[in-house]
Design a protein around this ligand. Structure first.
Ligand code: GUN
Ligand code: FE
Length: 431
């Protein structure tokens, strides 16, 4: 039983309370409101004070297992970056390296205020990342990557084997760790997957009631390859094989035409915008204002450490807003509150966690606390402006998932940060 209090409690994109508090009982939020009133009502709760409290951030597209490749290919476009650098790295990684990479990814997420992630793993050793996420205590929707076409040695799999391994992992991990871990079927992207594989992904998602998460229309070379192969534009192809809908989350969607955007909106497909990755890989600018105007649910993601190079979700809010303003030549295109909502509630909606992403009575107690004890955080005229444009993951002083403190005042509760970093450095040197 904890009473968290702060100068500002940002509950959701509409409501922020000055001198507020959040009462946490077990894994839920029991009350949100005025600090003095809640102190009177819950005098025996342990008190924790922060400067700002907000919902834990949702990283709706990351690759924890790419963490050892931070900085390996900073100046490449997607397909060279992927086929010449990132896929060879993934193909070469053994189980211990996969675990070390995932641990590093989750360490970074926890200490920078991300409480929920949608994590696209690799082909092999997915168990390592499921255990890493589970041990880290984060909420995650994650899956083993399927690649059964035109893929490098070490990653290319037989279609049936890829689907069978996916089914084994669904049975083992969907709903694990008290429900914090959920499974998503994660074909890599249409370039690397046969039609049979993509249709098989839909069948598994239907059979087990799990989500599908893949990359789509990130880069022009990618959509040209898909069209040459299938005769369809990428989103139409995914729609054709059953991979659109309310249980599908597509990362990127930079290069979509009018008809594809209609499909996204009509089918209720979720989009994860990854602005830093899209800029760094020179992929292009996703039409986010247009998606939102059509009613598409758009979340935010950092993508992998080799194309960002951080998992700090605060950075992504900033990049999303600035890029949207430039794209539309309109300073109101993606304001602070909008990107805040994308980084919290919209991400939870995409991931299928219905009571996550806002500080609301009865909802899950996934909370971050920030310090404002630095020049960059002074003054704060508007808490949304602060969170979107000035705050950094470094400011985080409290990370809580399901009412459990995972990080507080620079200390990880579950993870040994020094040994995670040490192992990551050791393994990265070999790769
Ligand atoms: N498309 C297919 N795989 C990947 C990946 O690992 N990262 C990014 N950014 N795009 C991809
Ligand atoms: Fe990605």
């Amino acid at each position: 039983m904890t009473l968290l209090s702060a100068d500002t409690v940002v509950c959701d994109a509409e409501r922020a309370v000055s001198d507020g508090a959040v009462v946490v009982e077990d894994d839920r939020i029991a009350a949100v409101g005025d600090r003095e009133e809640l102190l009177d009502a819950y005098p025996d709760h342990e008190q924790v004070t922060c400067d700002v409290l907000a919902p834990g951030l949702v990283g709706a597209h990351i690759h924890s297992v790419q963490s050892l490749g931070r900085g390996i290919a900073d100046d490449e476009e997607l397909l060279d970056w992927l086929f010449d650098h990132v896929l060879p790295m993934e193909a070469d990684m053994d189980a211990a390296e996969m675990r070390a990479a995932a641990d590093l990814g989750y360490l970074e997420l926890v200490e920078s205020g991300t409480t929920t992630a949608i994590d696209h793993l690799s082909v092999a050793h997915a168990d390592q990342a499921f255990e890493a996420a589970g041990d880290a205590g984060v909420r995650a929707l994650m899956g083993k990557v399927l690649m059964d076409k035109d893929s490098p040695d070490g990653l290319q799999e037989d279609t049936d084997a890829a689907l069978a391994e996916t089914e084994r992992l669904i049975q083992r991990y969907d709903g694990a760790r008290g429900g914090r871990i959920r499974y998503a079927v994660t074909p890599r992207f249409a370039v690397s997957c046969t039609e049979a594989c993509l249709r098989g992904c839909r069948e598994l998602a239907d059979e087990y009631g799990v989500r599908v998460h893949t990359h789509a229309s990130e880069n022009r070379g990618e959509i040209e390859a898909v069209e040459a192969d299938t005769g369809y534009r990428n989103v139409h192809w995914l729609d054709e094989v059953g991979l659109t809908g309310e249980d599908v989350v597509l990362a990127h969607c930079v290069w979509t035409d009018e008809t594809e955007r209609e499909v996204l909106a009509e089918t209720g497909t979720h989009v994860t915008h990854c602005p830093s990755s899209n800029m760094k890989l020179a992929s292009g600018v996703a039409p986010i204002r247009d998606y939102l105007d059509r009613g598409v649910n758009v979340a935010l993601g950092n993508d992998g450490p080799p194309c960002n190079n951080t998992l700090d979700a605060f950075t992504e809010m900033r990049q999303a807003s600035l890029l949207g303003k430039v794209e539309e030549l309109d300073p109101t295109a993606l304001p602070a509150r909008t990107v805040f909502e994308m980084a919290t509630r919209n991400g939870a909606t995409a991931a299928g966690f219905d009571d996550v992403g806002e500080l609301r009575e009865g909802w899950r107690a996934d909370v971050v606390g920030l310090s404002t004890d630095n020049a960059r955080s002074t003054p704060i005229h508007d808490p949304y402006s602060h969170l979107a444009f000035a705050a950094h993951g470094d400011d985080v002083t409290l990370t809580m998932v399901d009412g459990e403190v995972l990080y507080r005042d620079g200390e990880h509760v579950r993870m040994d940060a020094e040994s995670v970093r040490e192992r990551a450095r050791e393994f990265a040197a070999r790769l």
